[in-house]
Design a binder for this molecule. Sequence first.
Ligand SMILES: NC(=O)c1ccc[n+]([C@@H]2O[C@H](COP(=O)([O-])OP(=O)(O)OC[C@H]3O[C@@H](n4cnc5c(N)ncnc54)[C@H](OP(=O)(O)O)[C@@H]3O)[C@@H](O)[C@H]2O)c1
Length: 255
Amino acid sequence: MSVDGPGPQPFADRIALVTGGSKGIGAGIARRLAALGADVAVTYMRDRDTADRTVEELKGLGARACARRAFFGDPRGDVPAKVVDWVTAELGPPTLLVSNAGTGVERSLMDTRRSHWDWAVETHARSMLRLVQAAPELRSVLAVSSLGAQRVLPHAYGMLAASKAAQESLVRYLAVELAPRCRVNAVTPGLVDTDAARGFGRHTELFDAALARTPSRRLVRPDDVGTLAAFLLSDEAEMITGQTVVIDGGYSILM
Ligand SMILES: NC(=O)c1ccc[n+]([C@@H]2O[C@H](COP(=O)([O-])OP(=O)(O)OC[C@H]3O[C@@H](n4cnc5c(N)ncnc54)[C@H](OP(=O)(O)O)[C@@H]3O)[C@@H](O)[C@H]2O)c1
């Protein structure tokens, strides 16, 4: 699928909601969907300027696009339902969902309090479920997971990893419960140079170590994830559901 010029538009009648689509991996996915014909709503948490720039970029690709602030880490509020109502009012009912919002906070499990746990599980797992519950016209859902969901990463990632593991499990159960109306999959990128990844302590060392270990000899870029995401969300992937697909240049297959 080419994104240069007026190529095929497989998402011409689709309305996509990309949580955390203002920057980083989410923006890479939003750009790809817009280039392939989707109208795209993105959310952000704090950085409105970047979200506004991303909306202009998406419009430049020919999409109708909009952005809204949304914090997905509060288990008590009704943010997911409000976000779906907003997309419906701005663009129409969402038919594609990318549950991507999240971050990379380091915290030792021994220092984890209940509020941290609630925030992580709500942001990475339960908000996806609540968005799906609020959006009955969804045809395809994609979660952005992490290698930490199934492996132990070399920094204090346990709390986030457990929440990502919950998200991956939800992907499998939702895939069965929603079939055949809606497919549900996950992508697991290797290390991507984003604001969240730069938030890790010693991130330069982390990037160097990841690069040295990656057979493809470069780190994954947001647009790489966008290409995979667009395929998994498209009708061409009709028989793929409940899967978690790794995109890491071979990083995780080595001993
Ligand atoms: N970077 C990596 O190496 C990597 C690898 C594997 C998986 N991932 C996953 O990919 C996803 C995107 O990460 P990224 O690296 O692209 O990060 P990023 O560039 O920092 O973007 C994160 C996006 O999510 C928003 N956000 C963060 N926490 C949120 C919350 N609690 N509620 C609502 N919105 C929130 C941010 O908003 P503001 O910036 O406006 O605050 C931003 O729009 C995350 O789920 C992350 O775990 C990242």
